[in-house]
Design a protein. Structure first.
Length: 366
């Protein structure tokens, strides 16, 4: 028999990790590792929302399954699905792509949408004790833009309960695509997103930095300004600047001075060139081109090579049928000498206003 819930107690517990007996994650030895840290699995939420890809939903399954196929030689892929019918459809699509089904697991956790980077679990690790935990940040679909989002908001806790992992509830909104980590105490983010009043209007920059330190286990927060044009997330870092090792980032730059992204990306580049890491070392900055403008129905889309995903064996990079694709892939291959860099056409995927990094969330190994 299930224990009856007291709504008041549930609310208190949800919004105060300290009352759950955990304290803050760093106090228990947990931190959020860099994406290149060894993975147990990659988590996805199967795409099913027509409104996210109006008129193109059926066209995205081929690149989506190609992404999964590229990952499975190196790690498990765990996919959230609503029910048996969705799982059967997903299996059919994956079989068409010749993906290794023995490396794919399905979990009956229904979602509103497919953007697992932002609604999925933020996995923390304690390597000394061989333990994992999950942070369940609040999720409001990028400032309440795309309701409903109630199913997405509870995905991390569903996964934590399934795997019997400790779960922390900071009680504020935070999205995985808004932060990028070097695994050595530094996180990179943007003021455009984290200080946007549609996320946590009651918090100032100093308070938000406190949450980043207390729940991700970082010591240093590096701030950039704006994201790229067409990004409905209000400036996620994973479309502009990414760590590729503990002291190096790649950052997108626009060559065309008439392009509306030119000046804002130049500002970000100048800011990055002034940054120092915790050890005092200057940040090593590698420039990555922007693709030519990708638009659909007169809407500019947030096409960017920075939205790559770092798997155990591969780095999967969105491409856009553009003559800059090969240059971007070559630059990233030089950054990731221990992995194969794979380009997959994201021209249809990005109509949903995101690509491979937005769709995925890593589960690190301990």
């Amino acid at each position: 028999m299930s224990t009856p819930h007291n709504p008041l107690i549930d609310s208190i517990l949800k919004n105060s990790s300290q009352l759950q007996g955990f304290g803050f994650p760093p106090q228990a030895g947990y931190f959020f590792p860099a994406e290149w840290h060894s993975h147990t699995a990659t988590w996805l939420s199967w795409p099913h929302k027509e409104a996210s890809w109006p008129g193109k939903l059926n066209s995205i399954f081929e690149p989506y399954c190609a992404f999964i196929k590229a990952l499975t030689p190196g790690e498990l892929v765990r996919i959230n699905v609503a029910d048996e019918a969705m799982q059967a459809f997903a299996t059919e699509q994956l079989q068409k792509a010749d993906a290794d089904l023995s490396r794919i697991e399905f979990y009956r956790f229904p979602t509103n949408d497919a953007w697992c980077r932002d609604h999925g679990p933020a996995f923390l690790i304690n390597p000394n004790e061989g333990k994992k935990a999950i942070v369940d940040w609040g999720y409001n679909a990028w400032g309440g833009k795309y309701p409903p989002y109630d199913l997405d908001d509870v995905i991390p806790t569903h996964i934590a309960r399934h795997f019997n992992l400790p779960v922390y509830h900071p009680g504020i909104v935070m999205e995985g695509g808004s932060v990028d980590f070097n695994g050595k105490g530094t996180v990179l983010t943007t003021t455009a997103c984290l200080l946007n009043p549609n996320r946590n209007p009651h918090l100032n920059q100093e308070q938000i930095e406190g949450y980043l330190r207390n729940y991700y286990g970082v010591e240093q927060i590096l701030w950039l300004g704006d994201g790229i044009v067409g990004d409905d997330t209000d400036g996620h870092i994973d479309d502009i600047t990414r760590f590729v090792n503990e002291d190096t980032v790649v950052t997108v730059v626009e060559e065309n001075k008439q392009d509306e992204n030119y000046h804002l990306l130049q500002e970000n580049l100048q800011t990055l060139n002034t940054m120092r890491l915790l050890n005092g070392k200057q940040l090593n900055v590698v420039e990555l081109p922007m693709p030519d403008c990708v638009a659909h129905e007169d809407q500019r889309l947030p096409a960017s090579y920075a939205n790559f995903y770092i798997g155990n064996d591969v780095v999967v990079v969105p491409t856009y049928r553009c003559d800059k694709d090969d240059k971007a892939l070559d630059i990233l291959q030089q950054c990731f000498t221990d992995r194969k860099v794979v380009g997959i056409d994201s021209t249809d995927l990005v109509w949903g206003l995101g690509s491979f990094h937005c769709l995925s969330q890593q589960e690190p190994a301990v």
